[in-house]
Design a protein around this ligand. Structure first.
Ligand code: HEC
Ligand code: HEC
Ligand code: HEC
Ligand code: HEC
Length: 197
Protein backbone atom coordinates (compact mmCIF):
# COMPACT_ATOMS: atom_id res chain seq x y z
CA UNK A 1 0.00 0.00 0.00
CA UNK A 2 2.62 2.45 1.21
CA UNK A 3 4.92 1.49 -1.64
CA UNK A 4 2.43 1.85 -4.51
CA UNK A 5 1.19 5.28 -3.34
CA UNK A 6 4.70 6.67 -3.66
CA UNK A 7 5.13 8.95 -6.67
CA UNK A 8 8.40 8.48 -8.48
CA UNK A 9 10.37 11.60 -9.56
CA UNK A 10 10.29 10.34 -13.17
CA UNK A 11 6.50 10.25 -13.06
CA UNK A 12 6.39 13.80 -11.68
CA UNK A 13 8.70 14.94 -14.48
CA UNK A 14 6.60 13.25 -17.15
CA UNK A 15 3.47 14.81 -15.73
CA UNK A 16 5.11 18.26 -15.74
CA UNK A 17 6.13 17.84 -19.38
CA UNK A 18 2.61 16.73 -20.25
CA UNK A 19 1.04 19.79 -18.58
CA UNK A 20 3.52 22.14 -20.29
CA UNK A 21 2.70 20.68 -23.70
CA UNK A 22 -1.01 20.90 -22.96
CA UNK A 23 -0.74 24.60 -22.06
CA UNK A 24 1.36 25.31 -25.17
CA UNK A 25 -1.06 23.46 -27.43
CA UNK A 26 -4.11 25.22 -26.06
CA UNK A 27 -2.53 28.66 -26.37
CA UNK A 28 -1.68 27.87 -29.99
CA UNK A 29 -5.27 26.80 -30.59
CA UNK A 30 -6.58 30.02 -29.03
CA UNK A 31 -4.25 32.14 -31.18
CA UNK A 32 -5.53 30.45 -34.28
CA UNK A 33 -9.21 30.91 -33.62
CA UNK A 34 -9.47 34.32 -31.95
CA UNK A 35 -9.40 37.38 -34.20
CA UNK A 36 -5.95 38.85 -34.70
CA UNK A 37 -5.32 42.24 -33.15
CA UNK A 38 -2.42 43.01 -35.47
CA UNK A 39 -2.42 43.68 -39.18
CA UNK A 40 -0.59 40.84 -40.91
CA UNK A 41 2.48 42.14 -42.75
CA UNK A 42 2.79 39.76 -45.69
CA UNK A 43 0.39 36.92 -46.41
CA UNK A 44 0.98 33.88 -48.58
CA UNK A 45 -2.21 33.21 -50.57
CA UNK A 46 -3.22 30.54 -53.07
CA UNK A 47 -1.12 27.88 -51.36
CA UNK A 48 -3.10 25.20 -53.21
CA UNK A 49 -3.00 26.81 -56.67
CA UNK A 50 -1.33 24.69 -59.36
CA UNK A 51 0.21 27.82 -60.85
CA UNK A 52 1.93 28.56 -57.55
CA UNK A 53 1.36 30.61 -54.41
CA UNK A 54 0.91 34.38 -54.25
CA UNK A 55 2.87 36.53 -51.83
CA UNK A 56 0.78 39.54 -50.91
CA UNK A 57 2.24 42.56 -49.11
CA UNK A 58 -0.75 43.35 -46.94
CA UNK A 59 0.91 46.16 -44.97
CA UNK A 60 2.05 48.08 -48.08
CA UNK A 61 -1.40 47.73 -49.64
CA UNK A 62 -3.04 49.09 -46.51
CA UNK A 63 -0.62 51.92 -45.66
CA UNK A 64 0.90 53.25 -48.92
CA UNK A 65 -1.13 55.38 -51.37
CA UNK A 66 -2.18 52.55 -53.66
CA UNK A 67 -5.53 53.71 -55.08
CA UNK A 68 -5.61 53.48 -58.90
CA UNK A 69 -4.62 57.17 -59.27
CA UNK A 70 -2.03 56.86 -56.51
CA UNK A 71 -3.63 59.69 -54.50
CA UNK A 72 -5.20 57.78 -51.62
CA UNK A 73 -4.80 54.78 -49.37
CA UNK A 74 -7.03 51.79 -50.00
CA UNK A 75 -9.66 51.59 -47.25
CA UNK A 76 -9.68 48.33 -45.30
CA UNK A 77 -13.30 47.78 -46.35
CA UNK A 78 -12.46 48.13 -50.06
CA UNK A 79 -11.05 44.63 -49.66
CA UNK A 80 -12.68 43.46 -46.39
CA UNK A 81 -16.11 44.42 -47.74
CA UNK A 82 -18.11 42.55 -45.07
CA UNK A 83 -16.33 44.33 -42.18
CA UNK A 84 -18.70 47.32 -42.04
CA UNK A 85 -22.34 48.03 -41.11
CA UNK A 86 -24.92 46.83 -43.68
CA UNK A 87 -26.05 50.42 -44.40
CA UNK A 88 -22.51 51.24 -45.57
CA UNK A 89 -22.11 48.09 -47.68
CA UNK A 90 -25.40 48.84 -49.47
CA UNK A 91 -23.90 52.11 -50.78
CA UNK A 92 -21.57 50.01 -52.95
CA UNK A 93 -23.69 47.62 -55.03
CA UNK A 94 -23.63 44.66 -55.47
CA UNK A 95 -22.43 44.57 -51.85
CA UNK A 96 -25.05 43.93 -49.19
CA UNK A 97 -23.73 41.09 -47.01
CA UNK A 98 -21.81 41.99 -43.82
CA UNK A 99 -20.41 39.80 -41.05
CA UNK A 100 -21.70 39.45 -38.43
CA UNK A 101 -25.07 40.51 -39.88
CA UNK A 102 -25.75 43.01 -37.06
CA UNK A 103 -22.30 44.56 -37.36
CA UNK A 104 -22.03 48.21 -36.23
CA UNK A 105 -18.30 48.86 -36.72
CA UNK A 106 -16.21 49.67 -39.80
CA UNK A 107 -12.78 48.02 -39.95
CA UNK A 108 -9.86 50.45 -39.61
CA UNK A 109 -6.38 50.01 -38.20
CA UNK A 110 -7.37 51.98 -35.08
CA UNK A 111 -10.44 49.82 -34.48
CA UNK A 112 -8.35 46.68 -34.76
CA UNK A 113 -5.76 48.04 -32.31
CA UNK A 114 -8.14 49.23 -29.64
CA UNK A 115 -10.79 46.52 -29.85
CA UNK A 116 -9.41 42.99 -29.73
CA UNK A 117 -12.87 41.61 -30.49
CA UNK A 118 -12.96 43.20 -33.98
CA UNK A 119 -14.05 40.58 -36.49
CA UNK A 120 -11.91 40.21 -39.64
CA UNK A 121 -12.91 37.17 -41.65
CA UNK A 122 -10.59 35.78 -44.28
CA UNK A 123 -12.00 35.93 -47.81
CA UNK A 124 -12.06 32.16 -48.19
CA UNK A 125 -14.43 31.80 -45.20
CA UNK A 126 -17.08 32.79 -47.79
CA UNK A 127 -15.30 32.63 -51.16
CA UNK A 128 -14.35 28.98 -50.89
CA UNK A 129 -12.53 27.03 -53.57
CA UNK A 130 -14.84 25.58 -56.22
CA UNK A 131 -16.66 22.50 -54.85
CA UNK A 132 -15.82 23.34 -51.24
CA UNK A 133 -18.43 24.51 -48.75
CA UNK A 134 -17.69 27.93 -47.28
CA UNK A 135 -17.28 28.12 -43.50
CA UNK A 136 -19.66 31.05 -42.94
CA UNK A 137 -22.29 30.81 -45.68
CA UNK A 138 -24.60 27.98 -46.79
CA UNK A 139 -23.02 28.19 -50.25
CA UNK A 140 -20.48 30.15 -52.31
CA UNK A 141 -22.09 33.51 -53.21
CA UNK A 142 -23.03 34.38 -56.80
CA UNK A 143 -23.01 37.87 -58.26
CA UNK A 144 -24.65 39.07 -61.46
CA UNK A 145 -22.21 41.52 -63.00
CA UNK A 146 -23.26 44.23 -65.43
CA UNK A 147 -22.90 43.07 -69.01
CA UNK A 148 -22.90 39.34 -68.28
CA UNK A 149 -25.99 37.21 -68.88
CA UNK A 150 -25.33 34.68 -66.13
CA UNK A 151 -24.43 35.19 -62.47
CA UNK A 152 -20.80 34.46 -61.58
CA UNK A 153 -20.01 31.99 -58.81
CA UNK A 154 -17.62 33.91 -56.54
CA UNK A 155 -15.08 31.22 -55.74
CA UNK A 156 -11.73 32.18 -54.21
CA UNK A 157 -10.36 32.47 -57.74
CA UNK A 158 -13.09 34.91 -58.89
CA UNK A 159 -13.07 36.94 -55.67
CA UNK A 160 -9.31 37.48 -55.59
CA UNK A 161 -8.92 38.00 -59.33
CA UNK A 162 -11.72 40.56 -59.40
CA UNK A 163 -10.51 42.36 -56.30
CA UNK A 164 -6.74 42.28 -56.92
CA UNK A 165 -6.56 42.12 -60.72
CA UNK A 166 -9.24 44.73 -61.40
CA UNK A 167 -7.46 47.36 -59.33
CA UNK A 168 -4.08 46.61 -60.92
CA UNK A 169 -5.65 46.94 -64.40
CA UNK A 170 -7.02 50.36 -63.38
CA UNK A 171 -3.65 51.37 -61.92
CA UNK A 172 -1.89 50.65 -65.19
CA UNK A 173 -4.53 52.63 -67.11
CA UNK A 174 -4.30 55.62 -64.75
CA UNK A 175 -0.51 55.51 -64.30
CA UNK A 176 1.04 53.88 -67.40
CA UNK A 177 4.54 54.99 -66.40
CA UNK A 178 4.54 53.24 -63.00
CA UNK A 179 7.67 51.07 -62.94
CA UNK A 180 7.45 48.23 -62.14
CA UNK A 181 3.72 48.03 -62.92
CA UNK A 182 1.54 45.99 -60.52
CA UNK A 183 0.63 42.49 -61.80
CA UNK A 184 -2.37 42.98 -64.14
CA UNK A 185 -5.02 40.27 -64.55
CA UNK A 186 -3.32 38.69 -67.57
CA UNK A 187 0.13 38.49 -65.94
CA UNK A 188 -0.57 35.23 -64.12
CA UNK A 189 2.95 34.42 -63.03
CA UNK A 190 3.70 37.94 -61.84
CA UNK A 191 1.49 36.92 -58.88
CA UNK A 192 1.63 33.12 -58.85
CA UNK A 193 5.12 31.80 -58.08
CA UNK A 194 6.13 28.20 -57.56
CA UNK A 195 7.58 27.90 -54.07
CA UNK A 196 11.31 27.18 -54.09
CA UNK A 197 11.65 23.45 -53.48
C1 HEC B 1 -5.82 45.22 -50.94
C2 HEC B 1 -6.73 44.47 -50.10
C3 HEC B 1 -6.63 44.61 -48.60
C4 HEC B 1 -6.59 45.77 -47.86
C5 HEC B 1 -6.58 47.21 -48.34
C6 HEC B 1 -6.58 45.35 -46.47
N1 HEC B 1 -6.59 43.98 -46.38
FE1 HEC B 1 -6.54 42.88 -44.65
N2 HEC B 1 -6.39 41.17 -45.75
C7 HEC B 1 -6.49 41.11 -47.12
C8 HEC B 1 -6.35 39.73 -47.54
C9 HEC B 1 -6.38 39.23 -48.96
C10 HEC B 1 -6.16 38.97 -46.35
C11 HEC B 1 -5.95 37.46 -46.22
C12 HEC B 1 -7.23 36.75 -46.44
C13 HEC B 1 -7.05 35.28 -46.59
O1 HEC B 1 -6.11 34.71 -45.96
O2 HEC B 1 -7.85 34.68 -47.31
C14 HEC B 1 -6.21 39.91 -45.23
C15 HEC B 1 -6.08 39.55 -43.89
C16 HEC B 1 -6.25 40.44 -42.83
C17 HEC B 1 -6.25 40.07 -41.42
C18 HEC B 1 -6.00 38.67 -40.88
C19 HEC B 1 -7.28 37.91 -40.77
C20 HEC B 1 -7.04 36.52 -40.25
O3 HEC B 1 -7.80 36.10 -39.36
O4 HEC B 1 -6.11 35.85 -40.72
C21 HEC B 1 -6.46 41.20 -40.69
C22 HEC B 1 -6.53 41.32 -39.17
C23 HEC B 1 -6.61 42.29 -41.65
N3 HEC B 1 -6.48 41.80 -42.93
C24 HEC B 1 -6.87 43.61 -41.30
C25 HEC B 1 -6.86 44.68 -42.20
C26 HEC B 1 -6.99 46.08 -41.82
C27 HEC B 1 -7.18 46.60 -40.39
C28 HEC B 1 -6.89 46.81 -42.97
C29 HEC B 1 -6.92 48.33 -43.14
C30 HEC B 1 -5.94 49.09 -42.35
C31 HEC B 1 -6.72 45.87 -44.07
N4 HEC B 1 -6.70 44.59 -43.57
C32 HEC B 1 -6.57 46.24 -45.41
C33 HEC B 1 -6.68 42.16 -48.00
C34 HEC B 1 -6.64 43.50 -47.66
C1 HEC C 1 -18.73 36.91 -44.70
C2 HEC C 1 -18.58 36.46 -46.07
C3 HEC C 1 -17.60 37.16 -46.98
C4 HEC C 1 -16.29 37.50 -46.75
C5 HEC C 1 -15.47 37.29 -45.49
C6 HEC C 1 -15.80 38.11 -47.98
N1 HEC C 1 -16.79 38.13 -48.92
FE1 HEC C 1 -16.65 38.86 -50.80
N2 HEC C 1 -18.66 38.55 -51.09
C7 HEC C 1 -19.51 37.92 -50.19
C8 HEC C 1 -20.87 37.94 -50.71
C9 HEC C 1 -22.08 37.32 -50.04
C10 HEC C 1 -20.81 38.61 -51.95
C11 HEC C 1 -21.99 38.93 -52.89
C12 HEC C 1 -22.47 40.37 -52.67
C13 HEC C 1 -23.04 40.57 -51.29
O1 HEC C 1 -23.96 39.84 -50.90
O2 HEC C 1 -22.54 41.47 -50.57
C14 HEC C 1 -19.41 38.97 -52.18
C15 HEC C 1 -18.93 39.63 -53.29
C16 HEC C 1 -17.58 39.84 -53.57
C17 HEC C 1 -17.07 40.36 -54.82
C18 HEC C 1 -17.90 40.76 -56.03
C19 HEC C 1 -18.40 42.17 -55.93
C20 HEC C 1 -17.37 43.14 -56.38
O3 HEC C 1 -17.02 44.01 -55.58
O4 HEC C 1 -16.90 43.04 -57.52
C21 HEC C 1 -15.70 40.39 -54.71
C22 HEC C 1 -14.70 40.83 -55.76
C23 HEC C 1 -15.35 39.91 -53.38
N3 HEC C 1 -16.53 39.58 -52.71
C24 HEC C 1 -14.07 39.79 -52.87
C25 HEC C 1 -13.76 39.51 -51.52
C26 HEC C 1 -12.42 39.56 -50.94
C27 HEC C 1 -11.15 39.92 -51.71
C28 HEC C 1 -12.55 39.26 -49.61
C29 HEC C 1 -11.48 39.24 -48.54
C30 HEC C 1 -10.60 40.41 -48.43
C31 HEC C 1 -13.96 38.97 -49.37
N4 HEC C 1 -14.64 39.14 -50.55
C32 HEC C 1 -14.50 38.58 -48.16
C33 HEC C 1 -19.14 37.37 -48.98
C34 HEC C 1 -17.91 37.56 -48.35
C1 HEC D 1 -7.27 49.25 -54.92
C2 HEC D 1 -6.04 48.84 -55.60
C3 HEC D 1 -5.32 47.55 -55.30
C4 HEC D 1 -5.86 46.34 -54.85
C5 HEC D 1 -7.30 46.03 -54.47
C6 HEC D 1 -4.75 45.40 -54.81
N1 HEC D 1 -3.61 46.00 -55.22
FE1 HEC D 1 -1.79 45.07 -55.46
N2 HEC D 1 -0.95 46.86 -55.99
C7 HEC D 1 -1.63 48.06 -56.13
C8 HEC D 1 -0.69 49.09 -56.55
C9 HEC D 1 -1.00 50.57 -56.80
C10 HEC D 1 0.57 48.46 -56.67
C11 HEC D 1 1.89 49.09 -57.13
C12 HEC D 1 2.52 49.90 -56.05
C13 HEC D 1 3.75 50.63 -56.52
O1 HEC D 1 4.61 50.03 -57.17
O2 HEC D 1 3.82 51.82 -56.21
C14 HEC D 1 0.37 47.06 -56.32
C15 HEC D 1 1.38 46.10 -56.32
C16 HEC D 1 1.20 44.75 -56.10
C17 HEC D 1 2.25 43.73 -56.20
C18 HEC D 1 3.73 43.99 -56.52
C19 HEC D 1 4.53 43.93 -55.22
C20 HEC D 1 4.18 45.03 -54.26
O3 HEC D 1 3.36 44.77 -53.33
O4 HEC D 1 4.62 46.18 -54.43
C21 HEC D 1 1.65 42.52 -55.93
C22 HEC D 1 2.31 41.14 -55.94
C23 HEC D 1 0.26 42.78 -55.63
N3 HEC D 1 0.02 44.13 -55.75
C24 HEC D 1 -0.66 41.80 -55.27
C25 HEC D 1 -1.98 42.07 -54.91
C26 HEC D 1 -2.92 41.05 -54.47
C27 HEC D 1 -2.62 39.58 -54.33
C28 HEC D 1 -4.10 41.71 -54.21
C29 HEC D 1 -5.42 41.14 -53.73
C30 HEC D 1 -5.43 40.39 -52.49
C31 HEC D 1 -3.90 43.12 -54.51
N4 HEC D 1 -2.60 43.30 -54.92
C32 HEC D 1 -4.89 44.09 -54.41
C33 HEC D 1 -2.98 48.28 -55.94
C34 HEC D 1 -3.89 47.32 -55.52
C1 HEC E 1 -2.95 40.02 -58.81
C2 HEC E 1 -2.44 38.69 -58.55
C3 HEC E 1 -2.95 37.55 -59.38
C4 HEC E 1 -2.92 37.43 -60.76
C5 HEC E 1 -2.38 38.44 -61.77
C6 HEC E 1 -3.48 36.14 -61.08
N1 HEC E 1 -3.85 35.50 -59.92
FE1 HEC E 1 -4.71 33.64 -59.78
N2 HEC E 1 -5.03 33.93 -57.82
C7 HEC E 1 -4.54 34.98 -57.07
C8 HEC E 1 -4.98 34.82 -55.70
C9 HEC E 1 -4.64 35.77 -54.58
C10 HEC E 1 -5.76 33.62 -55.66
C11 HEC E 1 -6.56 32.94 -54.54
C12 HEC E 1 -5.94 32.89 -53.22
C13 HEC E 1 -6.47 31.94 -52.21
O1 HEC E 1 -7.49 31.26 -52.38
O2 HEC E 1 -5.80 31.91 -51.18
C14 HEC E 1 -5.74 33.08 -57.00
C15 HEC E 1 -6.35 31.88 -57.36
C16 HEC E 1 -6.21 31.27 -58.58
C17 HEC E 1 -6.73 29.95 -58.92
C18 HEC E 1 -7.48 29.01 -57.97
C19 HEC E 1 -6.49 28.21 -57.20
C20 HEC E 1 -7.11 27.17 -56.31
O3 HEC E 1 -7.10 26.01 -56.73
O4 HEC E 1 -7.60 27.51 -55.21
C21 HEC E 1 -6.37 29.70 -60.22
C22 HEC E 1 -6.66 28.44 -61.03
C23 HEC E 1 -5.66 30.88 -60.70
N3 HEC E 1 -5.58 31.81 -59.68
C24 HEC E 1 -5.13 31.03 -61.96
C25 HEC E 1 -4.67 32.24 -62.50
C26 HEC E 1 -4.42 32.48 -63.91
C27 HEC E 1 -4.57 31.43 -65.02
C28 HEC E 1 -4.03 33.78 -64.03
C29 HEC E 1 -3.71 34.58 -65.29
C30 HEC E 1 -4.77 34.62 -66.30
C31 HEC E 1 -4.00 34.35 -62.67
N4 HEC E 1 -4.40 33.37 -61.77
C32 HEC E 1 -3.62 35.64 -62.37
C33 HEC E 1 -3.79 36.04 -57.54
C34 HEC E 1 -3.55 36.32 -58.87
Amino acid sequence: MQKSAEIKPATVFRFAVFITLLVLASSLAINKTSSQTRMPDTIVLAKEAKLGQVTFNHMKHATETRSPDGAKQIACVDCHHTAQPAAEALKHPPHKTVWPADRTTTLTMELLEKNAATVVNVCTDCHARADAKPKLLPEIPSVKFEGSAEPTLMTNQQAFHRSCGACHDEVVKARPTLDPPPPTSKKCTACHKKAAA
